[in-house]
Design a protein. Sequence first.
Length: 151
Amino acid sequence: MNWRVETVPLNDEAAFEEIKEFCTEAGLPFFPPVMNNLHTQFVIRDADGRLGAAGRLETNYDHPMVEEIAVRKDLRRKGLGKKIVDAILNQARAEGIETIWVMARAPELFMSIGFEPTDDEDLLPKLKEECRVCRDHITVCNPILMKKKLL
């Protein structure tokens, strides 16, 4: 299948609503971006314009982060997760970001592209507090904090 990565304009409310519905259908929670923290929102579409994956580069607690990675259930383990993360990492490098973090629900994906687990004493407690309010916390999701050096 021919997939294309697209950047979503930050003022495209319809696209963000589509991404929210996509995440819900994929069985993943969706947290609306805080626009002044959002760097770039990416989606991957097929030739017919259907969403296959989504993800974004965002700054949380002064740390650049890979956020809201979602891949359609029937397309998981087919390379779309890696493709969307690669787009985010390329954007981060273009912005001069030296290190990037992720609260990984799928740590094996992130380890395969060079992320390493970390227990950053400043960031981890803040992110774990955010996790506690998520409906999936512990029951189906127990993410780990990971980071990757980019430059």
